[in-house]
Ligand binder design. Structure first.
Ligand code: HEC
Ligand code: HEC
Ligand code: HEC
Length: 443
């Protein structure tokens, strides 16, 4: 792989060079139109800029978040208007170039951890609104830590080879056969909202696999499920369910968004509702119409979930007694939110391809969203041993899905315990929609 990259990098060397764009005096915040700034604020939420550019408890947009990749750790940049350590001296043209082509003001290539393979679809107008928003934030002096990459990947020109292979430049071209709403959704999903950066599997060089869009990917030890025709969801998704999940963070037939997806929906709860609806509309067509088989299974699972709970029979199956004692009280009694969990027959996590997400949920629980009547589940990391968690996971899989048993459950649980502590240290702070909806419109 390294050889391929060196080869590609060398071949691309001639085209790798990009000129610096002259530094400017940081523009006065007053010079930006407030309406443009406000639009930029919504666009930044749609693009999850804070999730990567803010460390937990740190200053907003000051960067320094370590983003782990299979190639090493890349630190997000300070994108506040600080002249020394941020983008204060970047002109609008320099910012547009970074979003469109992944090149910094000095002319160096940026690593595609910054999802410019999607941001390249963003229009100049939207880039200018983002620029206005960022340039009117408080400047924070915070040098970005050096990346931890080994040679040759630590050489930024190598990225030029990657771009030749994988970067398709150009803004989103609307499909005239589709509605305006569908096109708006497609523009956002494929561009700024970069849904595929988590939900599409990647190849050995870290690029999204062509022809496998939305077929399921990995992020921070979570499985970002397939959200196309291969969706493992027991109940097929429709536009209304997608809208509710993306806007409110949950839906009664699908449960709650957790982990990295919780951050995404927390951002989506603060933007123009019509944009979230457009995303749901476009994603419905990406999922495609469910097959008769998927419909039948969905109806079966829903009917079972709504039927009165049968008292758990005394079985000898390992895990069954733990489930009956520790879980069924919330998951099978039809209790209302915040303590009522979905019937686990509806859970995508349990029907998913691997046990990572369920392990994360059972160990860490689900934290309430501040100021909202949102679902709560306790974490069992301190009260259950790995063997007990494994027994419950295997039991859930056999009782609540029609899929074959998972392999490597024990290893997954160890890994989940390990990354749990890491993510507690590094994940960005929750930035939920302000409780007062009128606050939403204030940039
Ligand atoms: C998935 C994580 C992620 C998201 C989401 C993300 N970025 Fe970044 N961004 C990064 C990383 C990592 C870098 C540093 C790349 C490098 O050093 O090559 C970066 C670099 C940048 C840079 C270059 C700064 C410099 O000094 O070179 C800009 C500008 C930027 N991001 C803006 C944005 C904006 C605007 C958004 C939201 C629309 C955004 N980013 C969303 C991870 C992210
Ligand atoms: C930072 C990574 C990330 C991004 C970006 C992201 N997702 Fe997700 N998504 C996830 C993860 C991880 C899960 C699984 C969460 C869970 O188990 O609760 C998920 C779950 C989902 C689900 C639930 C699927 C099911 O069957 O339960 C839907 C629908 C979804 N995402 C849609 C989207 C859309 C649409 C976008 C873009 C607007 C998006 N995601 C962007 C990581 C991401
Ligand atoms: C205090 C009530 C409570 C207890 C006890 C509880 N849960 Fe939960 N659980 C919830 C709530 C609330 C949710 C979030 C709503 C949802 O997604 O179902 C949830 C979600 C889940 C999910 C995700 C379902 C999905 O949407 O994919 C799984 C899996 C799960 N719980 C498993 C367990 C297991 C296993 C136990 C016992 C070891 C347990 N829960 C104990 C309340 C509880």
């Amino acid at each position: 792989m390294a050889a391929l990259l060196i080869g590609g990098g060398a071949a691309a060397f001639a085209v790798a060079w990009r000129p610096a764009i002259a530094a400017i005096e940081p523009p006065a915040p007053k010079s930006f139109d407030p309406a443009l700034v406000k639009r930029g604020r919504d666009l930044a939420a749609l693009g999850n800029c804070t999730d990567c550019h803010t460390v937990r408890g740190g200053k907003t947009f000051a960067g320094g978040l370590p983003v782990p990749t299979p190639f090493g750790t890349i630190y997000s940049s300070n994108i506040t208007p600080d002249a020394d350590t941020g983008i204060g001296t970047w002109s609008q043209a320099a910012f547009r170039r970074a979003m469109r082509s992944g090149i910094n003001r000095e002319g160096q290539h940026l690593y595609p951890t910054f999802p410019y393979d999607h941001f390249t679809n963003v229009t100049d107008e939207d880039d200018d609104a983002l620029y206005a928003y960022l340039m009117t934030r408080p400047a924070v002096h915070a040098p970005t830590p050096a990346n931890q990459l080994s040679f040759p990947l630590d050489q930024r020109f190598v990225v030029a080879g990657w771009k030749l292979l994988f970067l398709r430049r150009g803004t989103y071209a609307p499909d005239s056969a589709q509605t305006a709403e569908w096109n708006r959704g497609a523009y956002l999903v494929e561009g700024l909202a970069h849904c595929g950066s988590c939900h599409t599997p990647r190849n050995a060089l870290g690029a999204e696999r062509a022809g496998a869009s939305f077929a399921g990917g990995d992020v921070d030890n979570w499985n970002a499920y397939a959200i196309n025709a291969r969706s493992p969801s027991p109940v097929p998704w429709d536009t209304a369910a997608l809208f509710s999940y993306l806007r409110q963070g949950w839906h009664p037939d699908h449960g709650v968004a957790r982990g990295p997806m919780a951050e995404v929906v927390s951002n989506l709860s603060s933007v123009d509702e019509r944009d979230v609806h457009a995303i749901a509309t476009y994603m419905t067509s990406v999922f495609g119409a469910p097959t008769p088989d998927q419909m039948r299974r969905g109806n079966e699972v829903l009917a079972k979930a709504k039927a009165p709970a049968v008292p758990a029979s005394q079985t000898e199956v390992p895990g069954a007694s733990i489930y009956a004692a520790a879980c069924a009280t919330c998951h099978e009694t039809g209790r209302p939110v915040p303590y009522g969990g979905v019937n686990l027959g509806l859970s995508t996590a349990i029907s998913g391809p691997d046990p990572r997400n369920v392990a994360n949920i059972v160990l860490s629980g689900i934290r309430p969203v501040e100021g909202e009547r949102s679902p709560i589940m306790p974490g069992f990391a301190n009260s259950m041993t790995n063997d007990q968690v494994a027994a419950v996971l295997n039991y859930l899989r056999s009782r609540f899905s029609n899929q074959p048993a998972w392999t490597g459950v024990e290893k997954t649980i160890e890994e989940a315990r390990r990354t749990q502590t890491v993510s507690l240290q590094t994940s960005p702070p929750p930035h939920n929609a302000p409780a007062d909806p009128t606050q939403r419109d204030k940039p």
